[in-house]
Write a protein that binds this ligand. Structure first.
Ligand SMILES: *Cc1c(COP(=O)(O)O)cnc(C)c1O
Length: 217
């Protein structure tokens, strides 16, 4: 289990960037991982987790929340509007607000419930056709639209292209956030969380480096 090592590397990256210890939140991405690996990380004290699939999270987290206090579960995968209600029952944060139709339905649900998860707008910084996220050139207008719907935004999220240096993407996300007055930056995964922290990440999403490789069979 790589939790201790990852926490140490996060602390070192915070220090190297001249940032206070604890300023970066670690989201342990537990999607597809066997229950015993996740439980070991819960027992070791980790409390913030990331999931990609609503159904999978619904099958796992109610029981763990019952057994471990103060757990937070963050949705980091694409969110279908027909699963939105269930998602709002399950998640403390949604990192993948990526289109007007989702923002509009979210706003209606949030109004009805009187509570709102932490929200991040996903930006498709690499302009990849197969990837979710608002295009960079549409980001300012979409942030304004979310605010017009009274959706409080915590920040922005990105997943840089696999085959490119992620650092310019982190920089671009930071720039879009800064000009929109947003402080949260959800960026950096197992392979690049240290450079994301150097670029200003406030939330890093680390899966395989903590739990080991995912087995999708
Ligand atoms: C799976 C996933 C991660 C974690 O990826 P690792 O490379 O295992 O750290 C982070 N962010 C998102 C959006 C993911 O889907």
């Amino acid at each position: 289990m790589g939790l201790i090592d990852i926490k140490r590397r996060i602390a070192a990256a915070e220090a190297a960037a001249g940032r206070p210890t604890g300023s970066v939140q670690l989201i342990a991405v537990s999607k597809v991982q066997p229950a015993d690996r996740v439980e070991a990380v819960l027992v070791a004290g980790q409390r913030v987790f990331g999931e990609n699939y609503v159904q999978e999270a619904a099958g796992k987290w109610p029981d763990w929340r019952h057994r471990f206090p103060h757990v937070e579960v963050h949705m980091i995968g694409p969110l279908q509007t027909n699963k939105l209600k269930l998602a709002l029952d399950l998640f403390d944060a949604i990192h993948t607000v990526d289109r007007p139709s989702l923002a509009q339905k979210l706003a209606r649900q949030v109004q009805a419930r009187g509570s709102c998860p932490q929200l991040f707008v996903q930006v498709n910084t690499g302009v990849e056709p197969q990837k979710a996220g608002i295009l960079p050139q549409d980001a300012d207008a979409f942030v304004a639209e979310c605010r017009g719907l009274d959706l409080p935004l915590a920040g922005l999220m990105c997943i840089p292209p696999d085959d490119q240096d992620p650092v310019p993407h982190f920089g671009q996300l930071r720039e879009i956030a800064a000009r929109n007055g947003l402080s949260g930056l959800s960026m950096g995964m197992s392979a690049d969380f240290e450079s994301a922290i150097a670029a200003g990440a406030t939330h890093v999403r680390v899966g395989s480096a903590i739990f080991g490789a995912r087995d999708y069979r």
